[in-house]
Design a protein around this ligand. Structure first.
Ligand SMILES: Cc1ncc(COP(=O)(O)O)c(C=O)c1O
Length: 355
């Protein structure tokens, strides 16, 4: 594959105040772009971040063929840029692509593009604890036509941005029993734009009442817990660590998978099973619920101190948050290289395309 490299004349990295980085607002210098047409991907290019020219009839805008990934790169103390399980993201974007009737992007090329781009942008990775380079690969339909059908042309793009810690405080959850995020057989398992659009109205309502995130219940019975905003969710009840099983409506989180491995290796009693909101509220009342935490690339591990459901509310006290604190430290230390990675999840970002 011939990869074009159009390098920026002067990096903007010197202008950035790494002590004050708002989440998701600062873009680095370069992005990776590829085009799909005539049944194949081509025009691989790393170029300066720039605006795209998009026709008003672009199919993605009307019928929602848009998928994405969210990844993070960190730096070790010696400033080696590190990726975390990039091949898992390559697989997941292609699972999303299949469900949304979009072409798969070759996994090898996905991983190599991320390696090369992050290697190129490594000076943008903030050295501060909990900070990282957020990586956003995405794919959109590009056909210019109206009519509900799959596009024949697509763009795959990766851009990156320096980010600070996502949550600095424990989060408050609002268990939503009117609106649902996904149903089994729908697109909940795909990381597709419409899932996030559908979450905005309930999330805004929850925020108005003082809660950070919606906790979604299943779309049929509205009683089984699914996930939270942009995180999977874990509960510790009587020393059993429980997370909802992947039923097809939940996003298969890569942090969730990592946390399950870590907990099982350390001998915790871990269950992937259905868990109802009633079980959680009851355990919160009788004191057997000791920890609740979300897992996700952006937040890593986000501890929860309050859950509201209908007229009831439960509170969690931080003196019992042993498992989530261990996990938070463990994952962060894996990512910054201060812990030996026996899993082989962290890999140095390399300039594999020699640009
Ligand atoms: C809906 C949803 N659930 C869970 C997650 C957590 O997934 P991961 O750990 O792969 O970031 C995310 C974030 O990608 C998400 O958007």
């Amino acid at each position: 594959m011939n990869i074009k490299f159009n390098k920026i004349e002067k990096s903007r990295v010197g202008d950035i105040d790494f002590d004050n980085i708002p989440f998701g607002k600062i873009f680095t210098d370069h992005m990776f772009v590829a085009d799909y047409a005539d049944g194949k991907w081509s025009n691989y290019e790393i170029c300066p971040v720039h605006k795209l020219e998009i026709h008003p009839g672009n199919l993605a805008w009307h019928y929602g063929q848009a998928i994405f990934e969210g990844m993070k790169a960190s730096v070790t103390k010696d400033r080696v840029p590190m990726l975390f399980r990039p091949e898992m993201h390559a697989k997941r974007i292609n699972a999303s692509a299949r469900r949304m009737c979009m072409p798969e992007f070759p996994e090898k090329d996905f991983v190599e593009a991320i390696h090369t781009l992050v290697h190129l942008e490594q000076n943008w990775i903030p050295p501060h604890k909990g900070s990282a380079l957020y990586i956003r690969p995405f794919m959109i339909a590009m056909d210019e036509a109206i009519g509900v059908r799959a596009s024949d042309t697509y763009k795959f793009i990766v851009f990156t941005m320096p980010v600070g810690p996502y949550y600095s405080q424990p989060v408050k959850l609002f268990a939503q029993d009117t609106y649902v995020r996904a149903v089994v057989g729908g697109v909940g398992e795909a990381k597709t734009a419409g899932n996030y659009a559908a979450s905005l109205y309930p999330a805004t309502m929850a925020r108005k009442e003082g809660y950070d995130q919606v906790m979604w219940l299943d779309g049929i019975h509205k009683k089984y817990i699914q996930e939270v905003g942009t995180m999977n969710i874990f509960f510790v009840i009587n020393n059993e660590v429980i997370t909802p099983n992947l039923d097809g409506a939940i996003l298969a989180g890569i942090t969730r998978d990592s946390v399950l491995h870590i907990l099982r290796d350390r001998g915790y009693n871990v269950s992937e099973r259905q868990i109802t909101i009633d079980e959680v509220m009851e355990a919160g009342k009788n004191g057997s619920l000791t920890e609740v935490f979300g897992t996700g690339t952006a937040a890593v591990i986000a501890q929860v101190d309050r859950i509201k459901y209908k007229e009831n509310e439960i509170f969690l006290s931080d003196d019992q948050w042993n498992i989530s604190t261990m996990l938070k430290n463990f994952v962060n230390e894996l990512r910054d290289g201060s812990l030996e990675d026996l899993y082989g999840w962290t890999v140095p970002a390399e300039n594999v395309w020699n640009i």
